[in-house]
Design a protein around this ligand. Structure first.
Ligand SMILES: Cc1cc2nc3c(=O)[nH]c(=O)nc-3n(C[C@H](O)[C@H](O)[C@H](O)COP(=O)(O)O)c2cc1C
Length: 185
């Protein structure tokens, strides 16, 4: 008899450089995780010095290479128990808040909602001023009112936890791991 693999975390990486390093560091500690990359996420990883081959050696990776986001079919076979999007670009947060699913990451978010799975979104634009590390230097930017509004809208979604710091992301994941009764290392 064929046994189904144990459900895993589906972790989405977008084209946000803000807290990319910290998010990936947490991702690496998880017991069972598959990585989903937006097209921009794939580019950003390279810009920040990550090699796809190195990541592939550690976990299964799905790239955004089909218009229909074909890998989301896995959500209907019980492969995942939780979606994490971290870091989430303001673009992806906006699309998710508006119910748009036209990329791999916005699709895993939408499918999680439709399958009743919890999602944790590490949003980047949560404060009027954000200081962030670009590939070459530190820069300060001011998210627009619309960016902050989309983050607030996302907080109202059922089964969605929006976090805005590395510590809050870690805590949300620890809580989820405890709830699922799985080991975190
Ligand atoms: C070096 C670099 C860093 C970026 N960092 C951010 C960021 O921290 N937050 C953000 O919202 N967008 C950032 N962007 C822009 C996104 O990559 C861009 O909006 C992209 O279209 C997002 O696509 P996605 O949401 O499908 O991943 C960055 C772009 C570059 C080139």
């Amino acid at each position: 008899m064929k046994t189904e693999p144990a459900p895993r975390f589906a972790w989405g990486i977008t084209g946000s450089g803000h807290y990319l390093k910290e998010s990936l560091a947490i991702c690496m500690t998880l017991p069972g995780v598959d990585l989903f990359l937006s097209k921009a996420g794939e580019e950003i990883l390279r810009m920040y010095g990550y090699k796809l081959e190195d990541l592939k050696a550690r976990m299964r990776i799905f790239r955004d290479s089909t218009a229909s986001a074909a890998p989301v079919g896995l959500f209907y076979h019980g492969n995942y128990h939780t979606v994490i999007i971290g870091p989430a670009s303001s673009n992806t947060v906006a699309k998710c808040a508006l119910g748009i699913s036209d990329s791999l990451i916005t699709n895993i978010f939408a499918q999680a909602g439709k399958c009743g799975l919890p999602s944790i979104v590490f949003a980047c634009d949560t404060e009027p001023e954000v200081t962030t590390e670009s590939p070459s230097e530190w820069v300060t930017l001011n998210p627009r009112r619309i960016d902050l509004q989309h983050t607030e809208t996302l907080k109202t979604f059922e089964n969605v936890q929006v976090v805005s710091s590395v510590e809050a992301l870690q805590q949300a994941i620890t809580d989820r791991v405890t709830c699922l009764n799985i080991s975190s290392s």
